[in-house]
Design a protein around this ligand. Structure first.
Ligand SMILES: C[S@@+](CC[C@H](N)C(=O)[O-])C[C@H]1O[C@@H](n2cnc3c(N)ncnc32)[C@H](O)[C@@H]1O
Length: 276
């Protein structure tokens, strides 16, 4: 009977994709919260002459940046806002539970809509990883910016990130290799008529398994001038673009400097810092 065996002698078990946690992979590939927190603190200090102490993280997802914020200084406080109970629960288990009790007291999580939530005035409101691109009309994006404006103290600052360049308008996939997995950024559909961009993050593993569409982004591709005009219409007195620098090899580094003009890079990332 032995000749009728079909197995290859390998024990079957869950694949690497089945065992992986999509939020851990996302944070390892997409986020650099230590750089974000440093940029926020230094930029606020340069503009206002004091260190910011209170922050509201809109679209907070796993609360990773807010947790870094409260760890960074004993007087730092954070409010995190996200609509999705699943991602907030993940953040409670994986980040908030690991804070010490003093840090935990200085952090508040709100399951809510950034278009409606009301919070005490803060030094900084932040919306990172292009999350505000979920708002697809000028009216809705302006109304979100008004909410951010209302949430700030008189000398408060609102910080957003943005990407662009010709590659942002192409339907293309780009892979980045990490030690244990490959990150795939998939600009699946880009529509020049509506400005809509439908993107996915997939993850691939050394055992050839894949986690397809681990995250979906249904966005409008906003431009820097459009965002700045809407910030102004929402009441912000000034906005400044911080452009990413390059090292001696011409590769992007982690230094963002204020600019009046940018380079026609095929793919760029910038921060927009709006003063109340
Ligand atoms: C791209 S993730 C951003 C995660 C995180 N900010 C980062 O930097 O990686 C977008 C998050 O926005 C949340 N979200 C979408 N619409 C929202 C809304 N109207 N109000 C609050 N959160 C919202 C989603 O649940 C999701 O967790």
């Amino acid at each position: 009977m032995a000749k009728y065996k079909k197995g290859k002698g390998k024990l079957q078990g869950p694949s690497m994709a089945q065992k992986a946690d999509r939020h851990i992979l996302y944070e390892a590939s997409v986020q650099a919260v230590d750089h974000e927190v440093e940029f926020l603190s230094d930029t606020y200090f340069a503009l206002r002459g004091r260190r910011p102490r209170s922050l509201r993280e809109d679209f907070c997802g796993t609360t990773n940046a807010a947790c870094e914020w409260v760890r960074e200084h004993k007087d730092n406080r954070a409010i995190c806002v996200d609509l999705d109970p699943e991602v907030l629960d993940w953040g409670r288990t994986h980040h908030i539970a690991r804070l010490d009790s003093d840090q935990r007291k200085r952090l508040k999580v709100i399951q809510g809509n950034v278009l409606e939530v009301k919070t005490p005035p803060v030094d900084l409101v932040v919306a990172f990883n292009f999350s505000y691109w979920i708002f697809k009309t000028r009216e809705v994006l302006r109304s979100y910016f008004r909410q951010a404006h209302k949430a700030l103290k008189d000398d408060g600052i609102f910080c957003l990130d943005i990407y662009g360049g010709p590659e942002a308008h192409e339907e293309r996939e780009e892979e980045t290799e990490y030690d244990d997995f490959t990150y795939v950024w998939d600009q699946s559909r880009v529509d020049p008529v509506t400005g809509r961009s439908l993107c996915y993050i997939h993850f691939k593993f050394p055992d050839k398994s894949e986690m397809k569409e681990a995250f979906t982004y249904d966005w409008r591709l906003w431009s820097i001038p459009e965002v700045r005009e809407l910030l102004s219409e929402a009441g912000f007195s000034k906005s400044t673009v911080y452009w990413q620098g390059t090292d001696e090899d011409g590769d992007a580094d982690d230094v963002f400097e204020p600019v009046e003009e940018g380079d026609a890079d095929p793919a760029w990332i910038a921060y927009i810092v709006a003063e109340r």
